[in-house]
Design a protein around this ligand. Structure first.
Ligand SMILES: [Zn+2]
Length: 179
């Protein structure tokens, strides 16, 4: 799992595979037990929560988060990919599309008001209908948008903001504030 940025779908799936292999080897079994799976979902939930908490963006509650993780790692598509890995590896177009899809943010923000917004400017605070405590903080708008798109930024506690960058950031923040 990454530490400086928010995890992608691929990060979550890889972590699940890693954890389940580990469990299988401990239990000395070829098939994963229900407990083994549940353990993996919980572990991933903890790691994902930990990383998002560093960003300051409120996320889904534990129950919903777990459901999201489960739905992702046990999806029909993942099952299909695992079964047909060799054949699919030769299909360049499929691989390209799939890679692009799974390299997207595993978005577990509570606020989904902007989950399909295409530019940062269109993220208008007034359009968020979430309870106050669950809103994406204004100072995290840029980071959240970046994580959903280009994924260049690091979680702010890892940022070494130079003066010019900081001024630019504050300026962008001003533009986001409702007038
Ligand atoms: Zn919202």
């Amino acid at each position: 799992m990454p530490t400086r940025s928010l995890p992608t779908k691929e990060d979550v799936i890889r972590h699940y595979m890693y954890l389940t292999e580990e469990v299988k080897s401990i239990e000395d079994k070829t098939r994963l037990s229900v407990q083994g799976k549940n353990h993996a979902f919980d572990e991933i939930g903890k790691v994902v929560t930990d990383i998002w908490n560093r960003s300051g963006i409120p996320i889904l509650d534990q129950k919903n988060l777990r459901t999201r993780i489960q739905r992702l790692v046990q999806s029909k598509e993942i099952e299909y990919m695992n079964k047909n890995a060799k054949k699919l590896a030769l299909d360049e177009e499929y691989m390209r599309k799939t890679k692009a899809h799974y390299q997207q943010l595993f978005d577990v923000a509570y606020c989904q008001c902007f989950s399909s917004t295409t530019t940062l400017k269109k993220m208008k605070p007034g359009e968020c209908t979430c309870p106050e405590a669950m809103k994406i903080p204004l100072q995290d708008y840029r980071f959240y948008f970046d994580q959903r798109t280009l994924r260049n930024d690091a979680i702010s506690c890892y940022l070494d903001r130079t003066t010019s960058n900081e001024q630019k950031f504050q300026l962008e923040l001003m533009q986001l504030r409702p007038s």
